[in-house]
Every structure is written in C-alpha cells, then in structure tokens.
Design a protein around this ligand. Structure first.
Ligand SMILES: *Cc1c(COP(=O)(O)O)cnc(C)c1O
Length: 743
C-alpha cells in the first residue's frame, strides 16, 4: 500500500548505520585500495552519525522544545538519561582506555576536553555531542523560531566545516587560522555537539514537523488534511507520495555523487584536517532521511535495540578480536587483512548485541505476568499520539487530556503517569472522586472537574487542589458561599453554554458571567465551552460549530470591554483538534484521539496513519474441548454444533466490558493470528470460541479481543460498530477487574 508510512525504514537503517560506524573504526578496504577505503569510511560511512542525530531530532526534540510549560524539565530528563548512558559507556571502556594508555599524563584541562568534547574512547564523542547539541538547540528554541534556528545551526556548521575538511583553506589566513588554533585547544575537532550536531538535530526536528513525529505525514498531506478536514484524500496522497519518493531518490543519488566529488577534490589538494563534514552532506542527509521515511516497513524495536548495542559494544569487540587473534596465531587473516578484521569484528559485535538484546527482551518479559484477562497499554503509541496532537495545535495551546472514566477504560493512574512524563501538566476528569484518585497516585498540575460536584463534596476540591467547573452562575454562587464561610479560595473554570444545552451558563448572559469574576473566593483560572457537532463536516454542522466559536469569542470580547481579565480559554476536544485546529485557545481537552482511535470505525481508519491505538484487551484460554455434532454450547443452548468442533473457553465476559450483543458469531477473538468466532452467548465472566481451524491452542494461551495478533487486528472501533455504538462507550465500559499493564 503506497499510502501507509511508518518508521520501519529508519529502524532498518539504524542497523546499517551501526555497521558503517564499525567500518569507520576498522577500515575494511585499507589492505586493498586506499581510495576505496577512503570512499567507504570517509564518505559513505559519514552519513551514519548525522543520521543518528536526525533520529534524535525527530523523536526526542519536539517534546522538549514544542510547548512552553514543562519543556525545561523534559530537556533535563533527556540530558539525565543520555548522560547516564554516557557514564555507563565511559565506565565500560575505562579499562580498555587505561590499557591503551589514553589517560597517561592527563591534566584537568585535558580531562575537561575529553569528557565534554572528544569522548573518553574513540567512538564515545557521540554522547557528549548529543548532550551539548540538544542543550544548544533547546537554548536556540527559547529565543528564535525554527527558521532562525536553522540559520544559526547552518552558520555553526560552516564554522565547523573550516575546522574539518576545509581546514587547509583557512589555516594560513592570519586571524582565522589563529581562531581555529585556539579552538583546537578546547576541542580536538569541530565534529562535536556545537558545530556538527545542531544542524542535523534541527533537520530531524523539521522532519517531525512534516511527519507528525510518528513519521507519517508529509507537508502536502498535512495541507490536504487541514484543507479537507481529512476527507477521503487517501488516493491523492498515495499518488503524490510515490512520485515525491522517486524524486527524493534521484536527488539522493545526485547529492551523494556531489559529496564524493567534493571529498576526493579536498583530498587531492590535501585540505582536510579531518573528514566528518562536507557541504554536500546536508542535502545527502535530507534526501536519505526522506527516502527512509517513505520506505514502507513496520517499526522494529529489535533492530533499534540491536543497532544501539552494536554501536556501544563494537570497540570492545575490536579489542577482543585483536587479543584472540594473537592467542590463536591468526593475526594474519583476522587483523592484518583489513576485510577479515572488519568481518570478524562485525560478526562478533552483532552476536554480542543480539545476546544482550535477547537478554533484555527476556528480562522484560519475565516481569510481565498477567492473569485471566487484562488491558495492555502501548506507551510508545500514546507518546506518538501526544506528539501528533501537539504538532497539530498552534504554539501556546497545551494539551489538557481527558482522563475521565478511568482514562476511557485504559487505567487513569497509568495513563496520567505516562502523560506526566511526557510533560503534560493539566488533566480533566468527570468528577471529584476521579480527581482525588489522580492526586493519590501522585499526579501534579491542574486537574479540572468537567462535571457537577455536590456541595457536601466541596471539601475535596480544596483538600486535593482540584479545579471545579462552574456549571452555571447559580452554582458559582454556591461555591462562593461555601468558600466564603471557610475563608478559602476555590479554583474554577467557568463553563459556557454556546448551543449544546448541557451544562454551562448561556453565553448571552454576559452580566451573570462577569459577576463570577468578581467573587472574592473564586479564583477563575479558565473559561470554556464544548463543541457538540465538531465530528461531522457537513454544511449544517460546520455552520453550527463556527457559530458556537463565534458566540464564545463574542463573550470573551464583551468581558474584555468591561475590564475583565480573561483567563485561559478552551473549546477543543478530539474531533475539533482534527477538524478545527484554528479554533484553539490555551488548552485542548483531548480524549478519544489521544487513545489512538476515534468514535467511529470510518474515522478511526481515516486517521490511522496519525493516531495509533494504545489499548489491547487480552484474555487467557481457560479450557479446550472437542464437541460432537448435535451438542450445544453455553446458556440457552443458543449454539448447536453441526460438525465435530474444537472449542475453547476464554476467561473474559460481559462483566469485563465485552458487549453481550456480540454473542453468536457477531464478534470474535484472535488466537495465534487467526479469528476465533464467539459461540453461543457471552457469559458474565467467560466466552466460548470456535478454534477448530487453529491447531495447538491450549489452556493458558493468549486470546486478543482488541489488538493485533499476527497479521490480524481487531480495533475498539470494530467492536463498537458490531455493537452498534461508538468506540468511546466500548472503552469506557471496560471492567474494573481487568488488570492494566503498560508494555
Ligand atoms: C469528555 C470531554 C472531552 C473529551 O472529549 P473527546 O471527544 O474524547 O476528546 C472534552 N470536553 C468535555 C467537556 C468532555 O466532557
């Protein structure tokens, strides 16, 4: 399918890049031809490290620089994590470094230079470069836009270039040569976090802007989505994707040829001091990255892990190969022959990395036991959905995720925790009890109760620092009276009714709303309304929605005219973020979209490239039985076998949220990648399925009710359609007794 894009291409290239880095450190072709080796290790392999920077730029940076609040904290978390990894790698290589005599005669200045710029072992400069590069880009993002950042990083790159492969050009120019000499006192090369990393980090960041961080949406598609409200443009997008793909491929070939010519010319005139940076490297990386993004592959976590471990472990394997070759007297083929050396190091590195990966995956698995029926949460999917929604909103509009109804059945504690780690600092819930629960789970920030709280529960608002919606002006008076009596101040957002006629003070009542701002014991932190026809883009719904927005805007204006300081405003929920992002205020109260699905199956399919389902629902096979023709299954003899059948009882039922109306073959489970239709009536705690066509099913096997198994998938939206309802209802009714785990 031409339209589906995922970042599997990037994952595969991570492996290739790791192998290229080994080549840089072993010079595989040096025994045969210095030119060929120069081409492989100094030109071709030079795409590897910039590629890693771009991946960081695409996946880690949007989170850190996108929104004002909490971004410094996200930066700090990234620095801590990468710093720790650097620390571990440093410790790992200290013995080898000592053996190689690298730390002899080390001065304090030398130590600084080594730790901050050069790296403590020959490939470890990459980690400090990430740290300084990311910090630098973060600082840039505080004082300029993406254009300014790109220009600044470009200038740094050019400065770096003249200290690297173009050094011969400036070496003898008086002032400039001196500048570089001084620079090289501080860092041995310019291929570091200041001159090399920022440009590629920012290029990665720009890719995230184009693709929605998850790597799926390109500018033309984004435009199509925004213009057409995501209406059936699949074919058109697919067609454009393919042509732009081959165009990118062509450009890649050209720019790579240019880079090759550039490098050989510089070499011919002996201008190079080092050879990490070329002018043509920038277009090469842009085209390469675009080609990889367009490569239609499934994301592969194993390859990602493998690439990282090969990168970390290969220098140790170089030492091992050299040592072992000497012991077994095979230095000729394994060390002196450069290709033999490269292959030996590569095989060993891949094997070692594979071992570590398997161990990591096995350890990860062992900690994951689940009982009879459970919900699995895909944190990566949630994180991508957050990135996608953030990028869709204008700068300054923050997410205020709806984690009501146990986070739409996902588990409020887990979801809110994950969101908090993504820098989310505001949440909304339906009632006081849900807010109290979040506080007890350690959730910080603003928690807005969207619904009604009884006066005898107002106590909870102040005790747990919850923000209450003022459901109308009279209710505001009740809140004021309660708070006044105790000499406290309650935090509130004022709900405004702009046509839904649910809760909220009617928007026309400016005076009554203005009165709420004058209450001594109410801190009015927000003013919001809810759009009730934003999911359909027909003429009538559009007109109504825009009318709601107009009314709300009018109210805000009137309040301002009367000298009221208008606090944070918000209108949008999931569908309006997709269909009307231009109406954004200070918050977007996203619910269903955050969980990677939409209310209907049609909408879920339309947006599936941007929103990834977070939840899977699974249960165990409890028993397997063979039944004869004429025998019945379950309550009311609702199903009778016409042939010999093998059936299984699954440990999940309607009390867990599986709709009973899916009984009798309407719905099915997935076992071992195959569909197992429900047989007879779904029971409260158990459900029988047909497994005649699925060999090898036994008690304890996993059955998937919502999620992926092999090539098959059942989405919550499929279930909703079968049950004649919307996805939101299916999810929010998932039972309290299901275990909930993040994977
Ligand atoms: C539930 C709710 C939301 C979230 O709605 P989604 O459509 O799931 O994004 C937003 N605002 C209010 C007032 C709500 O009740």
């Amino acid at each position: 399918m031409g339209t589906r894009r995922s970042c599997g291409g990037l994952d595969i290239f991570r492996m290739a890049a790791a192998l290229l880095v080994i080549a840089i450190h072993t010079s595989p072709l040096s025994s045969f031809s210095p030119e060929a080796d120069f081409f492989l290790t100094r030109i071709l392999a030079r795409v590897a490290v910039p590629f890693f920077f771009m991946v960081t730029g695409q996946f880690a940076l949007p989170d850190m620089i996108s929104r004002g609040k909490g971004s410094g904290w996200r930066l700090w978390r990234y620095l801590k994590k990468t710093g720790t990894l650097y620390g571990i790698a440093v410790c790992l290589y200290i013995p080898i470094g000592i053996y190689a005599g690298r730390y002899k005669d080390m001065t304090v200045a030398g130590l600084f230079k080594m730790v901050v710029f050069d790296g403590t072992f020959y490939h470890l400069w990459y980690f400090p470069a990430c740290l300084t590069g990311v910090a630098l880009v973060y600082l840039m993002s505080r004082c300029m836009g993406i254009k300014g950042m790109s220009i600044a990083a470009g200038i740094l790159y050019v400065i770096g270039l003249f200290g690297d492969s173009y050094y011969g050009v400036v070496e003898r120019i008086p002032g400039i040569g001196g500048f570089y000499e001084g620079l090289f006192q501080i860092c041995s090369y310019t291929r570091n976090g200041i001159f090399l990393a920022p440009i590629f980090l920012i290029l990665g960041l720009r890719m995230a802007g184009e693709t929605g961080a998850g790597g799926q949406m390109r500018p033309e598609r984004r435009a199509a989505y925004e213009a057409g409200g995501a209406s059936g443009t699949d074919k058109k997008r697919g067609g454009r994707g393919i042509s732009s793909q081959s165009f990118d491929g062509l450009l890649l070939a050209f720019s790579f040829l240019a880079m090759t010519a550039e490098a050989f010319t510089l070499r011919r005139f002996e201008l190079q001091r080092h050879d990490s940076m070329y002018l043509a490297l920038i277009p090469v990386m842009i085209c390469l990255y675009r080609v990889l993004l367009a490569w239609n592959r499934r994301p592969a976590r194993v390859l990602r892990l493998l690439g990282a471990w090969i990168y970390i472990l290969h220098p140790a394997m170089i030492v091992v190969v050299r040592g072992a070759a000497r012991i077994v007297h095979l230095s000729g083929p394994l060390v002196e022959n450069s290709l033999g050396h490269y292959l030996a190091v590569t095989v060993l590195s891949v094997a070692a990395a594979l071992g570590v990966c398997l161990l990591q995956i096995r350890l990860g698995r062992r900690t994951f036991h689940c009982g009879r029926a459970w919900v699995e949460l895909d944190g990566e999917a949630l994180s991508r959905n957050v990135d996608f929604l953030r990028l869709r909103l204008p700068v300054g509009c923050e997410l205020m995720p709806a984690v009501k109804a146990d986070a739409y059945g996902h588990g409020a504690a887990l979801i809110a925790g994950m969101l908090q780690r993504k820098g989310v600092r505001a949440f909304c819930v339906a009632c006081a009890a849900e807010g109290v629960f979040l506080r007890e789970q350690g959730i910080e920030g603003e928690i807005l109760i969207l619904g009604y709280t009884c006066p005898w529960e107002f106590e909870l608002l102040s005790r747990y620092r919850l923000t209450q919606t003022v459901v109308d002006a009279d209710y505001g008076q009740e809140l004021e009276a309660w708070a006044g009596e105790r000499g406290e101040r309650l935090h509130v957002h004022i709900g405004v009714d702009t046509g839904m006629h649910r809760i909220g003070e009617p928007w026309e009542n400016t005076e009554r709303i203005r009165g709420l701002f004058e209450k001594e014991h109410l801190a009015v932190d927000g003013l919001f309304s809810h759009l009730c026809a934003d999911d359909v883009c027909g003429a009538r719904e559009r007109e109504f929605t825009l009318g709601q927005a107009r009314s709300f805007g009018l109210l805000v204006e009137r309040l301002k005219e009367q000298g009221v300081f208008v606090p944070r405003t918000h209108l949008l929920s999931s569908y309006s973020v997709l269909n009307y992002p231009e109406l954004a205020g200070d918050y977007a109260r996203v619910g269903i979209a955050l969980y990677g699905v939409l209310s209907t199956r049609q909408d879920t399919r339309r947006w599936k490239e941007c929103l990834k389902p977070v939840l899977s629902l699974k249960a165990r096979v409890a028993a397997v039985k063979d039944i004869e023709p004429g025998e019945s299954v379950g309550y009311g003899l609702a199903f009778t076998a016409r042939r010999r059948m093998r059936i299984a009882a699954l440990s999940i039922g309607y009390a867990d949220g599986l709709p009973r109306c899916l009984s009798g073959g309407v719905g099915s489970a997935l076992i071992e990648g195959k569909r197992a239709p429900f047989l007879g009536r779904i029971c409260m705690d158990q459900t029988m399925v047909d497994i005649s066509h699925i060999p090898g099913v036994c008690p304890g096997c996993e059955a998937v009710l919502i999620g992926v198994s092999g090539k098959e998938e059942i989405t919550a939206a499929d279930l909703a359609r079968q049950a004649g309802t919307i996805t939101n209802e299916i999810l929010s009714r998932l039972g309290a007794r299901l275990e909930r785990k993040a994977v």
